[in-house]
Ligand binder design. Structure first.
Ligand SMILES: Cc1cc2nc3c(=O)[nH]c(=O)nc-3n(C[C@H](O)[C@H](O)[C@H](O)COP(=O)(O)OP(=O)(O)OC[C@H]3O[C@@H](n4cnc5c(N)ncnc54)[C@H](O)[C@@H]3O)c2cc1C
Length: 473
């Protein structure tokens, strides 16, 4: 993100006297326009997003969050909540107003006996993985370790362990939340059940989650890594994959990718910058069994490159971090998919051949197995019958390519959307309009709206895939 683009524009500043009173009671750090670290502080993961808040409040505990919410209420400030800052649409940041940042709230406490972990709202998944791995335990989350726990969880959360252990929200036991009126509550199956239902998929609509309590699983070493094949084989591989994976043991996860081989020393030089198709495997059961299953795959379709082997779980979780650092330009679109007909595969192959930049990609994340066994109305996350969550992502460090990556993503999405279930994962959405949000929650939308009206009647928390009445603009 360039800081110069908006340097001259006016940021609505917050009255110094009001701010003084707030500062006196706030334990964390506050950044305003003009402060040395302000421009660094307002950056989010996606460099296409260039927002200038009136104030960034780096909270250090729940008390800070409560004070920040009350301050915003008292002075009618717009509010953004930032966990890991990975939202593609940059929903963790606002123009003017107050950004409540949790990135300094990093406590993680593993309870080995109960197999649970308490995680504060500013943690990333890498931090959680490191902490739980020490006990031979792991949490089902995503595939990149720098992603924030908070945003990923509140939208649902899928990754390497989803087929066996469900979505991240299926492993959520409780959350502590600062509500829109500044009240601090716990949501679980025992307390504020309606709120607990809503935050499992309903995003950041209902309050600031200061901590999560998760159920852990005994996972330490997995048999995992990527296998690549020539792009010319994509049709054949996809046709096989659509039947193979749903019938495979749930310990086996494998997300399909269309991608370009990075020009990095870990890949053979002759493959650098070659467009390929690939599957990133993760077998979380007995290593020998994983090896056996995947050697059958190798025999059937000898890969042009692979890096599959026994690896500590945090290793596979962070394997692609370097490929996707903070500060690149992103544009993405998602859809839930139940079937992959030949017509859809033909579109994937067409757009795979047209990948606009090295990091642009398409992933199909499996969400069958344990994810499918939870009912559509049991949590706010509605698409329990989907077999895959599809994301098309245009990525590049150079802003000169923004239009190209955006157009490719849009065209690709238009071409494959007719073969989807109609809605997309909220965590893979840009700001795409209310119809898209409704299409994602389907029958759960009305229930979410009632809970929203109960816990946040003025829509203080609206920088998210917003649940709102049709009458609200
Ligand atoms: C490189 C990359 C890889 C990804 N891989 C996966 C993946 O494998 N699986 C997957 O499921 N998703 C994945 N995602 C999507 C990811 O889940 C979303 O981008 C998610 O919103 C990120 O959460 P965050 O806390 O980092 O983001 P933020 O930008 O901080 O927040 C995202 C949204 O959540 C709200 N929010 C954040 N913190 C809180 C809080 N404490 N309380 C209430 N609301 C809050 C924000 O207001 C905002 O609306 C990936 C994203 C990226 C960029």
């Amino acid at each position: 993100m360039t800081t110069s683009t908006k340097e001259s524009s006016h940021v609505r500043s917050i009255n110094a006297d009001l701010l003084g009173a707030f500062k006196a009671n706030f334990h964390g750090e506050l950044l305003q326009p003009g402060d040395k670290d302000y421009h660094e502080g307002r950056k989010v993961y996606n460099a296409m997003i260039d927002k200038q808040p009136g104030l960034i409040a780096y909270c250090t505990n729940e008390g800070d969050v409560i004070k920040a919410v009350r301050f915003a209420l008292d002075y009618n400030l717009d509010v953004a909540i930032r966990g890991g800052g990975h939202s593609g649409a940059g929903l963790g940041m606002c123009d003017d107003g107050l950004c409540i940042d949790l990135s300094r709230m990093k406590k993680i406490r593993v309870n080995q006996q109960d197999r649970t972990v308490m995680v504060e709202g500013g943690c990333t998944w890498g931090e959680v993985d490191q902490a739980t791995h020490a006990y031979g335990l792991a949490m089902p989350s995503g595939i990149i370790s720098t992603t924030g726990v908070a945003g990923l969880t509140l939208g649902g959360g899928h990754g390497h362990l989803s087929r066996k252990y469900g979505l991240t929200i299926d492993n959520l036991l409780a959350a502590e939340i600062v509500l829109a009126n500044g009240e601090f509550v716990t949501a679980s199956e025992q307390e504020h059940q309606d709120l607990f239902w809503a935050i499992r998929g309903g995003g950041g609509n209902f309050g600031v989650v200061t901590s999560f309590l998760f159920r852990l699983h005994p996972i330490s070493t997995v048999y995992a890594g990527p296998m690549f094949w020539e792009l010319e084989k994509a049709t054949e591989i996809l046709q096989w994959y659509r039947d193979f994976l749903p019938a495979a043991p749930e310990e086996l996860n494998g997300f399909f990718a269309l991608m370009t081989v990075p020009p990095a020393p870990s890949f053979p030089e002759q493959l650098h910058m070659q467009k390929v198709c690939g599957i990133v495997w993760c077998y979380c059961g007995d290593i020998k069994q994983g090896e056996e299953i995947l050697s059958q795959v190798r025999e059937k379709f000898p890969p042009i490159f692979e890096h599959v082997g026994a690896v500590p779980y945090p290793g596979i979780q962070s394997a692609f971090d370097a490929l996707y650092p903070k500060g690149h330009n992103w544009y993405w679109r998602g859809d839930f998919v139940q079937e992959l007909p030949d017509e859809a595969i033909a579109q994937h192959v067409k757009f795979g051949n047209e990948l606009p930049t090295m990091q642009s990609t398409m992933h199909l994340y499996p969400i069958d197995g344990a994810v499918n066994r939870v009912g559509k109305q049991e949590t706010a996350f509605s698409f329990r019958e989907a077999n895959w969550s599809q994301v098309i992502v245009g990525v590049d460090p150079d802003p000169a390519n923004n239009e190209r990556i955006t157009q490719w993503t849009r065209d690709y999405w238009e071409a494959t959307h007719p073969y989807s279930l109609g809605g997309g994962y909220v965590n893979f959405m840009m700001e795409e309009g209310q119809e898209r949000v409704k299409a994602t929650y389907r029958d759960n939308y009305d229930r979410l709206l009632k809970i929203k009206q109960k816990y946040d009647p003025t829509n203080l928390f609206h920088l998210n895939q917003n649940i709102k009445a049709s009458s609200e603009t």
